[in-house]
Design a protein around this ligand. Structure first.
Ligand SMILES: NC(=O)c1ccc[n+]([C@@H]2O[C@H](COP(=O)([O-])OP(=O)(O)OC[C@H]3O[C@@H](n4cnc5c(N)ncnc54)[C@H](OP(=O)(O)O)[C@@H]3O)[C@@H](O)[C@H]2O)c1
Length: 253
């Protein structure tokens, strides 16, 4: 990944943070993005930025809400001005209420779609000119909610829509030499998981070995960002430690 630039949306904390570090360790310069200015998330992003710079890589932090088109334009303008190019865009940011779909208020429904569907598409649109120049790659981060019922998880429907966008765009972006794939994660113990466990009865009874580490997601994202994935197009790879492959498991054996 030397001389490559990777932009990861929502990379101040959680899985995005692990992806940014992994890509930097592989030699890339990194654009870190986050939404909320001034809080612990920004502080975590700043710490990651310093860590990456200490590795001898370039790293920038850009505050931008992917749900707002103007904000997304600024995210890509800043990346172009400060890092000069873009080779990989990782669509990782997500934000959604935890409640059944039929209980969503109008503003929650709008936020769900504007961030997790429209926001990702704004990012794809704004990235195209730079990715066309670099014959670059897009990686979307999905979750098992795209294909299985998860309690109080309306985000799953947006993940399903985006996995469809991955399949569709793989064909329509082919002529620009831009590839797009997805990584569908199982259960990862990040901040958002702390909220999920309040709604998911018995989730703590799952064997520890079925939980995915952020690093394990990041390894597959790095693979899809690199040349070794050249034979893969429009696919979403499941990284769930086998969770979706079994109805009942009492141990990892
Ligand atoms: N955790 C899991 O079990 C799991 C499993 C499979 C897939 N995933 C997926 O993996 C991705 C990361 O999940 P995570 O658990 O690491 O999330 P997280 O800990 O909640 O972190 C979310 C990150 O996204 C940023 N973000 C949220 N809304 C944004 C917006 N509108 N614009 C820009 N940045 C925004 C946050 O920034 P601020 O802190 O500034 O808000 C933060 O950096 C998501 O797409 C999620 O659906 C998660």
């Amino acid at each position: 990944m030397k001389k490559k630039v990777v932009l990861i949306t929502g990379s101040s904390r959680g899985i995005g943070n692990a992806i940014a570090r992994k890509c930097a360790e592989a030699g890339a310069d990194i654009a870190i993005n986050y939404r909320r200015a001034g809080g612990t998330s920004q502080a975590a992003g700043e710490a990651l930025c310093r860590e990456i710079q200490a590795m001898g890589r370039k790293a920038i932090m850009v505050q931008a809400d992917i749900a707002v088109k103007e904000s997304v334009k600024k995210l890509f303008q800043d990346t172009a001005e400060k890092l000069g190019r873009l080779d990989c865009l990782v669509l990782n940011a997500a934000r959604a209420p935890f409640k059944p779909i039929h209980k969503l208020f109008e503003r929650e429904l709008k936020q769900l779609v504007e961030t997790n569907y429209m926001g990702n598409i704004y990012c794809i649109q704004e990235s195209l000119s730079m990715l066309e120049e670099s014959s670059g790659k897009i990686v979307f981060i999905s979750s098992l909610g795209s294909r299985f019922y998860n309690p109080a998880y309306p985000l799953g429907s947006m993940k399903a829509a985006m996995e469809s966008v991955v399949r569709d765009s793989a064909e329509t972006l082919r002529e620009k030499n831009i590839s797009i794939n997805g990584v569908c994660g199982g259960l990862v113990k990040t901040d958002s998981f702390k909220v999920l466990r309040q709604y998911w009865e018995n989730i703590d009874m799952l064997p520890e070995e079925l939980f995915v580490e952020p690093d394990e997601m990041a390894d597959v994202v790095l693979f899809l960002c690199g040349p070794e994935s050249r034979g893969i197009s429009g696919q979403t790879i499941v990284v769930d430690k086998g969770l979706s492959n079994t109805l009942f498991r009492t141990s990892g054996k």
